[in-house]
Design a protein around this ligand. Structure first.
Ligand code: 4AD
Length: 455
């Protein structure tokens, strides 16, 4: 009985077609709902462009002037019923001959922050986070973001990775950088209930350690969710809340095993976005891009070593071996390598978090770590082999006074430990990279950064 009920429930009525689907059909009776992008009233005809967010293009409505309404203005919400006809206009295949137009929600164009036919800058539209989805630019961005999200999930599914929902509330500081948001209940605490979780709890900075738990039984795992950093930064590539794609692979002994996955994921996701969102991407490349990646498949990813070698020595002329790379070094390296994505490996061991594998047998004391740097953005991915040797991991944890906190993490090395590694990719930085967008606040629906938490 339950199965029959479930089947009936799933057998829903056919859904209403959206503008993106209507643009390729004719002869259909259609009911369109959306927001007015332009109104032109001529003697014989009224022309209204309606957009419902399903694609960049609007559907042109042709109506008799009697259907005009003073409330039918730029930005108003409408419902239009009519018949789809072949259009004589060269830029569109079909138009809707309206029988009825109903203004559902009016919009005073004088007060509305966006003006008809005007191309506002990303800086300008950023001031209106509650309305910016109505602009072409932000509409395109959100469609691209959604499609890229889908492509990331399908990449991992096709390649045998299990999707793990890692927690948002955690008691660990995976990166050890102290950039944590501590969480507490909002109600006043009484003495019996001093601490809700009995231990300090934080918003996660990374799902890596939880993925490492699961890679010990699923071999290949990934997660894709929000992560939080209390970085007091107003920079163009940092947010307090950002989305991270993280993967962890067991039975991996070389950095190349990881860079292969990073590169493959980057290319497959980008190809998918370029195929599915060609018009939306084009809008960005034409009007907003500062740095533009060469088109599809044209970008080969390079691997260079950060251990003192000619490219890095010149990149870091103001810096020393043993110092971390700054944004300007990363940008220099990318430019030096032909303005294309580049992997940098073998960082100084001391710069990397406690979980990173120690390359102690190498002449320079390096970590088995890798960053992917990309044009316009700098660091896009950070990854490493993880220290799988119990004695070395314990020694490092003891050194930083975290042996007790991470006793469960040491257990993973005690019971069936395998060489493994993984990486994390900042999803907003990925979007910045493929779209050439200068400011990270323009590629996330509701940006959170220091001194700003609007809406
Ligand atoms: O290099 P990170 O800190 O690496 C980790 O968190 C690892 N535990 C990931 C892993 O191996 N599973 O961060 C990974 C990426 C960076 O390369 C960058 O793209 C992005 O996350 N990122 C940020 N993006 C926006 N705003 C911030 N404040 C960011 N911090 C890091």
């Amino acid at each position: 009985v339950l199965l029959i009920t479930l089947r009936r429930f799933c057998n829903k009525a056919p859904r209403k077609l959206r503008v993106a689907e209507l643009l390729s059909g004719t002869g259909l009776e259609a009911n369109v709902q959306g927001w007015v992008r332009s109104v032109r009233s001529q003697k014989a005809n009224l022309f209204v462009d309606v957009n419902d967010g399903s694609c960049l293009q609007s559907l042109q409505i042709v109506a008799s002037p009697e259907l005009n309404d003073p409330l039918l203005t730029f930005g108003s919400a409408v419902e239009v019923r009519g018949i789809l006809k072949k259009s004589l206009h060269p830029k569109q295949a079909v138009e809707l001959e309206a029988e009825h137009i109903h203004v559902v929600g009016e919009c005073n164009p004088l007060d509305f922050p966006f003006k008809i036919k005007e191309r506002h800058t990303l800086e300008y539209i950023r001031q209106f986070p509650h309305l910016r989805g109505r602009t072409n630019a932000f509409g395109s961005l959100l469609r691209i973001r959604g499609e890229a999200t889908w492509a990331v999930h399908s990449y991992f599914k096709e390649n045998g990775f299990a999707h793990i929902h890692t927690p948002i509330i955690t008691s660990n500081d995976c990166e050890g950088a102290g950039e944590l948001f501590q969480i507490e209940p909002s109600y006043p605490q009484n003495s019996q209930d001093e601490n809700f979780f009995s231990v300090p709890a934080y918003l996660t900075v990374s799902g890596q350690l939880h993925l490492e738990v699961m890679t010990g039984s699923f071999s290949r795992v990934y997660t894709f969710g929000p992560t939080f950093r209390a970085e007091n930064s107003q920079s163009r590539r940092h947010l307090a809340e950002f989305y991270m794609v993280e993967a962890e692979v067991a039975f991996t002994r070389s950095i190349e095993d990881l860079t292969e996955v990073m590169e493959d994921m980057f290319k497959r996701t980008t190809e998918h976005v370029l195929d599915r969102c060609a018009r939306d991407v084009d809008l960005f490349h034409t009007h907003y891009a500062d740095v533009r990646l060469p088109h599809k498949r044209a970008y080969d990813l390079l691997i260079i070593s950060a251990a003192p070698a000619p490219p890095l020595t010149s990149a870091c002329s103001a810096s020393q071996w043993g110092c971390d790379l700054k944004t300007e070094h990363e940008k220099y390296l990318v430019k030096h390598c032909g303005t294309r994505p580049v992997f940098v490996t073998d960082y100084p061991y001391r710069l990397k978090p406690f979980y990173t594998r120690d390359n102690r047998d190498y002449p320079q004391h390096t970590a088995a770590a890798v960053d992917l740097l990309v044009p316009g953005v700098g660091e896009l991915c950070g990854g490493s082999l993880r220290e799988e040797r119990l004695d070395l991991l314990r020694a490092r944890l003891e050194e930083v006074g975290l042996e007790d906190t991470y006793s469960w993490y040491l257990d993973l090395r005690r019971f069936g430990s395998v060489p493994h590694g993984g990486f994390g990719m900042g999803f907003e930085r990925y979007l910045q990279c493929i779209l050439g967008v200068d400011n990270i606040k323009d590629v996330i629906p509701f940006p959170r950064f220091s001194h700003s938490c609007l809406l």
